[in-house]
Design a protein around this ligand. Structure first.
Ligand code: OAD
Length: 238
């Protein structure tokens, strides 16, 4: 089968072997922190410094984190697709910067980015590398109202119109390293099937919606994604 328009979706599993931690696996982030406290607007209103501490630690962890073979394989696939005049969009739920570090460019962070902040007061957004505190002043309006530019539960993920447009036109949809527990991303496979696309799941183990995919390959992302990309690149044609 030949594919000219791909949409790839990644989740925490693609970064697990880079040491970033997943959310719902044994020992995962949501087994150690209450998501209501650190990943909702209400939690931020109740205790903003707790939220800052949580994201400060995760932002700090990015400094030493390196992309693994799965990130590199997806970047290789993007270059091969572009060289053949084909289209690829990589949609990630991850807030880390490992796809960028591996060289991916056609990338959409639907849940935001750890290395960006937004001002709750004036709405300005920008790159941010340092720790955030409740009195960290916004560079534009001067108030201490900065928050991590990540999407919390109850908020609208970024780029949804563009994502749905690309899925509606894709001939291959691939879900990588995500549990399929969180919507709207968990519903993308249904949109892709409606568009007539081939659907593939690459994950450590079958996800809760594994049956919705036409094809599944299971094992650590560093191996499974790398092998799948190598197979696919051989079949890409202009
Ligand atoms: P989850 O923690 O829910 O799922 C991670 C998936 O990765 C699981 O299905 C694991 O089996 C799989 N996995 C673990 N290690 C792997 C490896 N080495 N190789 C391949 N797969 C592996 O994380 P997400 O699905 O990304 O949202 O979670 C989705 C969203 O829920 C996140 O973006 C975050 C979270 O709450 C927000 O914070 C808004």
């Amino acid at each position: 089968m030949k594919f000219g328009r791909m949409v790839l979706l990644t989740g925490a599993g693609v970064s697990a072997e880079s040491g970033m931690g997943t959310f719902r696996d044994q020992g995962g982030i949501w087994t150690r922190h209450r998501l209501e406290d650190v990943a909702t607007p209400e939690g931020f209103a109740r205790n903003p410094q707790l939220v800052h501490d949580f994201y400060n630690a995760r932002r700090k962890a990015l400094k030493d984190a390196a992309p693994n073979p799965a990130h590199h394989a997806l970047s290789r696939l993007e270059r091969a697709m572009a060289a053949a005049g084909n289209e690829l969009l990589l949609v990630t739920q991850n807030v880390d910067d490992l796809h960028e570090k591996a060289g991916s460019q056609s990338l959409l962070h639907m849940h935001g980015e750890l290395k960006r902040v937004a001002c709750v007061s004036c709405g300005v957004k920008g790159a941010w590398d340092d720790d955030l505190f409740t009195d960290t002043e916004c560079w534009r309006c001067g108030t201490g109202a900065l928050r991590p530019d990540v999407v919390w539960f109850g908020e609208m993920p970024y780029g949804m119109d563009a994502i749905y447009d690309r899925i509606a036109a894709c001939d291959l949809f691939v879900s990588i390293g995500t549990s399929g527990e969180v919507y709207p991303a968990a519903g993308f496979v249904h949109e892709a099937r409606q568009a007539g696309a081939h659907t593939v799941e690459l994950n450590l183990e079958p996800s809760v919606n594994a049956r919705d995919f036409r094809e599944g390959r299971y094992g650590p992302a560093s191996q499974v994604v790398d092998e799948w990309v190598s197979d696919l690149i051989g079949r890409i044609s202009p």
